[in-house]
Design a protein around this ligand. Structure first.
Ligand SMILES: Cc1ncc(C[n+]2csc(CCOP(=O)(O)OP(=O)(O)O)c2C)c(N)n1
Ligand code: SF4
Ligand SMILES: [Mg+2]
Length: 338
């Protein structure tokens, strides 16, 4: 049976920074911290999507700091939605727009629907709604999860996306136990890929690579269907570093292999950017260079750094798709000795 789908907007990739459209749709007026990469993600996401876009945002820093009473940075239509409901808001809006068009109440035209959520809102509290939205191939929608690796807005509590060992208001190192956050970071993009065969496109991005990031947003919107982007966003407050090095930290996350950049389009996996050369054999930087620039890891001993490194090595050397699918490759049988 043919599925009734709305036509997505075709947004060609920008081939170089000089080709990027000039208008901004997320502008001044927000009150995020200096060096906040999540605010940059909002700006790049809106710029990439263009004016015929509706943005829905779940509670978190990118709601609270961007829509203080009587001021907002959004130039395109924007709506707040509850912390765990970016998936429902995206699906409902995409379905609602299509119904209005079908009934002739609004003109037929492609309108981008983007719902953003934080890691707390997307990877933890709203996971079921995100998962549901990813299962409906007849609706065009993008869910962008901006991941600052904590419940930042309520003062940096641990989320399922927080890295192992990170200091937070819920996991301060103490005299009896140095490591309070003992879980490895949830693999959200991999989860979307492996568990949602109807999802047309999944990508990981980092705002340190702005053009790459915007082009992933444009691709997701152009493909249509349910799509998901996971962005790693250095957060000066929660990660405890000088805002000046926000971009550098994003680059280090990629270069150390902590944050692999890849896209999966209709099931086809493709690494991009520096991750591509790392997958082709270029050496990864030691995670020490990334960790020791952040106050949230200041309590780490050499042993902790070694453990972190071993877990990243495992992602690259043992996972069936490096950095993506955490199923271990079968070990080759041990050679027989005479
Ligand atoms: C149902 C519900 N529980 C708790 C809160 C309080 N709250 C508001 S923002 C927030 C943190 C959200 O974290 P995340 O989604 O990671 O976004 P961030 O603040 O890090 O940008 C919490 C717990 C809420 N608004 N709604
Ligand atoms: S706490 Fe982090 S995510 Fe929130 S506004 Fe500040 S830098 Fe941005
Ligand atoms: Mg967060």
């Amino acid at each position: 049976m043919a599925i009734d789908t709305a036509m997505p907007q075709v947004l060609e990739a920008w081939k170089g920074v000089k080709k990027i459209d000039l208008p901004e749709y997320f502008t001044s007026g927000h009150r995020t911290c200096q060096g906040c990469e999540s605010a940059l993600v909002m700006k790049l996401m809106a710029k990439a999507a263009g004016p015929r876009t509706v943005v829905l945002g779940s509670t978190g820093c990118m709601y609270v700091a961007n829509t203080t009473y009587y001021s907002t940075s959004w130039v395109i239509p924007w709506m707040h939605t509850q912390l765990g409901s970016s998936g429902s808001a995206a699906l409902g809006t995409a379905a609602g727009l299509r119904a209005q068009m079908r009934k002739g109440k609004i003109p037929q035209e492609p309108i981008n629907v983007i719902a953003f959520c934080g890691d707390g809102g997307g990877a933890d509290m709203g996971l079921s709604a995100v998962s549901h939205a990813m299962s409906h191939k007849q609706y065009n929608l993008l869910i962008l999860m901006y991941d600052n690796e904590s419940y930042a807005n309520t003062d940096i509590q641990v989320s399922g996306s927080s890295p192992w060992g990170a200091n937070s208001t819920f996991s301060p190192p103490g005299k009896v136990r140095r490591i309070m956050q003992t879980r490895w970071k949830k693999n959200m993009a991999g989860l979307m890929v492996a568990g949602h065969p109807e999802t047309r496109y999944v990508a990981t991005v980092c705002p340190s690579y702005a053009l790459d990031m915007m082009n992933r947003v444009r691709k997701a919107l152009s493909l249509g269907g349910p799509t998901f982007i996971h962005s790693l966003d250095p957060c000066p407050k929660g990660w405890d570093y000088d805002p000046f090095i926000s971009h550098e930290l994003g680059e280090l996350a990629v270069e150390t292999g902590v944050w692999p950049l890849y896209e999966v389009e209709d099931g086809k996996f493709k690494p991009y950017g520096k991750t591509k050369s790392l997958m082709a054999g270029r050496k990864r930087k030691p995670v020490r260079e990334y960790l020791l620039k952040q106050g949230r890891f200041a309590h780490f001993t050499d042993e902790d750094i070694d453990y972190f490194q071993s877990k990243v090595d495992e992602m690259w050397d043992k996972w069936i798709v490096p950095g993506v699918i955490p199923i271990h490759k079968e070990e080759p049988p041990a050679a027989k000795t005479a």
